[in-house]
Write a protein that binds this ligand. Sequence first.
Ligand code: HEM
Length: 482
Amino acid sequence: MDSKKMTTSAGAPIANNQQSLTAGTRGPVLLQDYQLLEKLAHQNRERIPERVVHAKGWGALGTFTVTNDITRYTRANIFSTVGKQTPLLSRFSTVAGELGASDTERDVRGFAVKFYTEEGNWDIVGNNTPVFFIRDGYKFPDFIHTQKRHPRTNLRSPEAMWDFWSQTPESLHQITILMSDRGIPQTPMHMNGYGSHTYSFWNDKGERFWVKFHFKTQQGHKHYTNEEAAKITGETREKYQEELYGAIEKGEFPKWTLYVQVMPEADAEKTPYNPFDLTKVWPHADYPLIEVGEMELNQNPDNYWQYIENAAYSPSNIVPGIGFSPDKVLQARIFSYADAHRYRLGTHYEALPANQPKCPMHHYHRDGSMRFFENFNSNPDAYYEPNTKGGPIEDSSVAEPPMKINGDVTRYEENDTYGDYKQAGDLFRMFDEGQKERLCTNIAGAMQGVSEYIIERQLAHFEKADPEYATGIRKFLNVASV
Ligand code: HEM
């Protein structure tokens, strides 16, 4: 293979890349060795901040194919015809662990997909769980502090986790999923993904529907017990990367079927639960799964850092035909992600290969750090809007229909008739004896060392979900403390 001539980053040829410039054979290094300085300075800048949550991740490129017509619900161009294909970038992650954390920790998994549609990037930034720990984004920074390291010990703190959860009973449903068998998937390929929030669809006629997104794994569910996961972590911390990267290299492309649950707009007034509450699911009997299409992952990016580390997902990335809902956590996330990307990746993060739309883009943002791409060069007179200089113009045909909202402004507590306990209890009652036993053992194990009053406060919540749930945990707590 012909090698290219090595140069500095300014293009000057390099004669020697091994020996520093010194005064004499044993002499000190000269400050004028700009090649050495450049090499060291660049190394110092190789890292960018890790994501404040979901730092450890694995991902791949792929394709989405429409298999069923849902144009009566949405005008989103991605769904316009059966058989239509759209390129995508997915990233899976754990939530709490840092960049070097083991892949097989018990944690919620992120499940993010960026669809490069013809009308802009559409991101589903979901998890492998259909619900979440909190129903208000105002609580998110406090919740995440309990999942990260203690300021003094620099260790994870079960005391903080259960202190917070036991005073946040809306978390019970998600805790039950996290501590169940599904809490440690064997690989990202063996888990479902959920948009989790309620979003909306709107169609050509301007009708709105509430919608939830579900990716069902076609590989089947596979999980590790705590003991199995501990053994795997002892052998490798990179299990997911090995499995996902390896499968795609072998041509064994993982697939998921995308389904939606659709709720007519007016139903939101009638359901006994708040359909915009992220701690609750919509019963499938009332809102059955409707197949939409298939996601296949079929290409490992040539460069992990450029595509997976630089990927910038945001729930604010929607396209015409898809809208938000009043879900309070979703509303907070609409702000948080682009803000995080501007900090983590820089002002022009959307110009990076992972995030660049594959459709034409025309906006009036200009200048700023690293604005190395088109900057009004082709039409320098059209740098404000409105203008009569041929600059890009708005298109009222993609206007979203109005969303009906009413109410008085205050800080409301949730007060639907389902409360915090029903769905957590229903899930517990669905488990067989083995599943219940493993759930209770996992919870009792996770409570080791936690103050008695916090454990009792938490057990009172499990009791309200189902008395057998609390009794089961108490039994294993007693065993563990003997
Ligand atoms: C990552 C904020 C709730 C799924 C992140 C990041 C932030 C964030 C700042 C890091 C972004 C980056 O640097 O690239 C929040 C806030 C939340 C919230 C403020 C609540 C108000 C959720 C929920 C879900 C979720 C409910 C799932 C349903 C994810 C995923 C990632 C992520 C999958 C990783 C995306 C990737 O792979 O790059 N979140 N989050 N988050 N979040 Fe959230």
